[in-house]
Design a protein around this ligand. Structure first.
Ligand SMILES: [Zn+2]
Ligand SMILES: [Zn+2]
Ligand SMILES: [Zn+2]
Ligand SMILES: [Zn+2]
Ligand SMILES: [Zn+2]
Ligand SMILES: [Zn+2]
Length: 367
């Protein structure tokens, strides 16, 4: 009956979307009311949830059974819960620490986090300035992420591509020819010609192991800086790292002597040297074995593939970085050429590639 005194003692609307209850003592009701818990008639106070009635003492959390009479009550899916159980079952939890998020959460890639958890453990941070990265960013092979805005602020290492900074490389230096080299790479730099000669001979052996035999002994190795390299090759290219020059001495109509000079950038880490040496040695091989003036992509692609074959012998991350560079090079001749040769060799084997290189100027049809 409406005459009944109805006290709404408590009505709490919670931000999380759970609604609470009306505490409704009902005295002298004429209608017979039954407790949904014990199924006995209720005489006196009762409480109500989801359209059902309860003795005050039977108003319990459907999850843990705790008395709810003086608690916040959360209703969901036809059930009533204490705060603890509701949170345990339904409150948003941090995807990093697994605990309930009571304050505002941070939504990132479809998951919710405590602000602290997000900022300290999840957020992508710029390796250069330490600030959180939102939106587009740059990432290098080594896993460092940067704000795009830093591009151009720091020089990039000629050898490893890292931005040269205290944070990432412990600094670096600039060679007189303008090359920037980071301190990580500089510590591995190959400057000694005798040592370079040893490594060079090892690369020759590794190529021979792939059936790429370079019989010619008259090969002279030179370590040069970038300016000398440009002068030797006559090419003003900053991406150039090596150059092979051929000299033929002719007596009458007969070729009497062949001589090769291989120029490799100096003061680069040994692994870079190995990659360049393999490339240049493959030029020597092609001079000895292939038709003259073959298709540049077939020629340079094959030389890069020789680098790849040698780099595969090494497991360090610099070798992986250099292989990654070969794979991702977007140059039409060097990059596409490499990928086409790689596909050819993978489809038909190294011997097929080398046989084709001996007798053709161009890629086989389909490559
Ligand atoms: Zn009851
Ligand atoms: Zn409970
Ligand atoms: Zn957390
Ligand atoms: Zn930054
Ligand atoms: Zn470096
Ligand atoms: Zn080349």
């Amino acid at each position: 009956m409406l005459a009944n005194r109805i006290y709404k003692l408590l009505l709490i609307l919670l931000a999380v979307g759970a609604i609470v209850f009306a505490f409704t003592p009902n005295i002298g009701a004429k209608m017979k009311i039954t407790c949904d818990y014990c199924k006995e008639e209720i005489k006196g106070h009762y409480l109500e949830a989801n359209g059902k009635h309860y003795h005050v003492a039977h108003y319990l959390c459907d999850e843990c059974g705790e008395l709810l009479a003086n608690e916040k009550v959360y209703l969901k899916g036809g059930k009533k819960y204490c705060e603890k159980c509701y949170n345990k079952l339904f409150a948003p939890k941090c995807a990093y620490c697994g605990r309930i998020i009571e304050d505002r959460s941070v939504l990132y890639k479809g998951m919710s986090y405590h602000r602290d958890c997000f900022e300290n453990h999840v957020a992508l941070k710029c390796t250069l300035c330490g600030e959180i990265i939102t939106g587009e960013y740059l990432q290098d092979f080594w896993g460092n992420a940067y704000h795009s805005s830093h591009k151009g602020e720091f020089p990039q290492c000629e050898s490893c591509g890292r931005f040269i900074s205290e944070e990432i490389t412990g600094g670096g230096s600039r060679y007189p020819d303008g090359r920037h080299i980071c301190n990580l790479c500089k510590s591995k730099a190959l400057t000694d010609l005798d040592r370079a000669g040893e490594v060079f001979d090892k690369v020759k052996l590794q190529l021979a192991g792939e059936n790429i035999r370079i019989e010619d002994d008259d090969i002279k190795l030179h370590l040069v800086d970038k300016n000398q390299l440009k002068e030797m090759s006559g090419e003003d290219s900053d991406s150039q790292k090596g150059y092979t020059r051929y000299k033929y001495t002719k007596i009458g109509n007969h070729q009497a002597a062949k001589h090769f000079d291989i120029y490799v950038l100096d003061a680069m880490p040994e692994m870079n040297f190995i990659s360049i040496a393999a490339h240049e040695l493959m030029h020597v091989w092609q001079h000895e074995n292939s038709p003259a003036k073959n298709d540049p992509a077939f020629c340079e692609g094959s030389c890069n593939y020789a680098s790849f074959l040698v780099l595969k012998h090494y497991s360090g991350e610099i070798a992986e970085y250099l292989i990654d560079n070969l794979n991702r090079d977007d140059d039409k001749i060097y990059g596409d050429g490499f990928r086409r040769v790689k596909k050819l060799a993978e489809d038909h084997g190294l011997d097929y590639w080398l046989r084709h290189l001996k007798s053709h100027k161009n890629f086989p049809a389909g490559y």
